[in-house]
Design a protein around this ligand. Sequence first.
Ligand code: NI
Length: 236
Amino acid sequence: MSEITESTPESGLEASREASREAATDMATEVSREAATEAATDTAKVLPLLVAPDPLLRKRSEPVAAVDDAVRQLMHNLVKTMHAEGGIGLAAPQAGIHRRVIVVDVEAEDGGTGYPLRLANPELKQVSADKVGHSEGCLSVPELTAEIFRSAEVTVAYLDESGTAQEITASGLFAACLQHEIDHLNGVLFFDHLGAVRREMIIRRLKKRKRELEGKSESSAGTGGKESARAGAPLL
Ligand code: NI
């Protein structure tokens, strides 16, 4: 009996010691995970972006075979570039890298965490029939924005940065952004969704801008992303 009464608090103590050891291990794992993310982010580079009408923006991107360190580095570089340019989404081909990798930094309507989202081989699994218009800009289409109608809700399957298969259902601007970035992987730009007249007008303006920039020094050329951001439309 005395053995039991003695051993009970001890095993209780043992259990709580174990619990706190486990918590400490969890914390250590969390810290080292965070440190690893930070280290990778520290080595991230801001990539130069292609500007329409560059024909490389029309090339289809290839799927990644696996999410390896090179793909993870690409994801980090894209996030850093997206943030540096004031965008809320970016696709690898915009940096001239024709791999099916995108990043998105839109707060989910349910306040989901873990953003920016890094997606490899994203695929539209479900798209709602009802469409909704959002004003869209694009880091590769400087100074021009348009209201684009897209599926109001989409479900996207993808590989996350650890290579795990995931699925996400999004609505609102988040859904528009996912569709816009997946379009980039297929060589599609937002103004392709417009009627012929407006699309031609945008293409003419882009060509004119390119000619003007070619007449100026390289230093004055840029994506113009910040100017568009000032115009109010999100840059996808
Ligand atoms: Ni874009």
